[in-house]
Design a protein around this ligand. Structure first.
Ligand code: SF4
Length: 337
């Protein structure tokens, strides 16, 4: 871990020791590679083809990002039936089920797929296990779009579980032929706990070669774990429906450090800062840096004069654009490119 000033106490000109109010800015924080790619895809589509561009569901789970793209001409819809026949539609970073892809074909839609490659990895595993005859257990939140999409790859053999009670209640045709997968944005500790419960119930269960929880989720949780003990409060910038942001709040609370999820600086309640000397600030994978900056400025105005960035680990992941958009740009009329 690299950091600058971490001493809590300072001595004033009268020789008295006082505590300084400070902000610890966690790194990595905010946008992951999948979110950057998804937002770029919408932006490039708008620049190349012009508005409107339809987007199925929120492109990423952040209200600021969605509102910003809506102002530029993106139209967010819940289902493909709301998209005019033959129009261009973008799938969100959370992925879609084969049923959605089929519906797009029926309606003659021009699809651009912004599904994060790390979500696609989980889809591919689901298809592989199902083809090999395994019953699938998907650990995740069943109302989350990513889980709906992954489950849709093999709906007849997939069961979603989010609690150990649900693991205990699982019934499968052959307990020796079970595989598990997880949502990409779970809490690492909770996922470990769930997988242990699954292994206890099905000793021969198999899982993915590499964990499904993505690097961005893991890194942001690790950063909170490293710093929460030295903070009085952890503020997580992110929207209510952002799974990985909610998990960051939980990780902090599990370490007995109070924590709140805030969409913007305006959501901070002044009494949260009563008796608080050190505030750690982080952001979920879909929260833009401009909102983090606003939070830091708010805290500075409240007397948190020292701001130290604490880099827990480097993060340099980038994903390429999907072939659909590369081809679409190449075949667009020169004026639209
Ligand atoms: S949080 Fe992880 S899985 Fe989700 S978009 Fe970002 S990198 Fe992809």
């Amino acid at each position: 871990m690299t950091t600058t000033t971490l001493d809590l106490a300072v001595t004033n000109e009268n020789g008295n020791t006082t505590k300084t109010k400070r902000v610890l800015l966690l790194k990595p924080r905010g946008f992951c590679a999948g979110v950057v790619r998804a937002i770029d895809i919408v932006q490039i589509a708008l620049d190349t083809f012009g508005a409107p561009i339809y987007v199925r569901k929120e492109i990423v789970h952040n209200s600021y990002v969605v509102n910003d793209l809506a102002k530029k001409g993106a139209i967010f819809v819940n289902e493909l039936d709301e998209v005019p026949e033959g129009a261009r539609v973008i799938y969100s970073a959370h992925g879609v089920s084969p049923a959605v892809r089929e519906r797009a074909k029926e309606r003659g839609l021009k699809v651009i797929d912004a599904t994060c490659p790390l979500v696609t990895k989980v889809h591919v595993e689901a298809i592989k296990f199902a083809k090999q005859g395994y019953s699938l257990v998907l650990v995740g939140h069943r109302d989350h779009e990513e889980v709906e999409g992954t489950q849709g790859e093999a709906p007849d053999v997939t069961q979603v579980v989010s609690t150990v009670e649900e693991v205990a209640a699982l019934v499968v045709p052959d307990p020796n032929k079970v595989a598990y997968l997880t949502q990409t944005t779970l809490s690492l500790d909770e996922a470990r706990y769930m997988i242990e419960a699954l292994k206890k119930k099905f000793p021969n269960i198999i899982g993915p070669h590499a964990q499904d929880i993505c690097y961005a989720t893991e890194n942001r949780q690790t950063a909170v774990k490293n710093v929460a003990h030295g903070a009085d409060l952890v503020l997580v910038v992110g929207s209510r429906n952002s799974s990985n942001s909610n998990r960051l709040v939980e990780v902090s609370k599990n370490l007995d450090t109070n924590s709140y999820l805030i969409d913007t600086a305006d959501a901070i309640q002044p009494d949260w800062l009563d008796g608080v000397d050190t505030v750690a600030v982080t952001a979920g994978a879909s929260a833009p840096e401009v909102l983090v900056k606003d939070v830091v400025e708010y805290l500075q105005a409240k007397g948190y004069g020292s701001v130290d960035e604490v880099e827990v680990m480097p993060e340099n992941v980038r994903f390429g654009l999907p072939p659909e958009i590369v081809q679409a740009i190449a075949s667009a009329p020169p004026a639209a490119r």
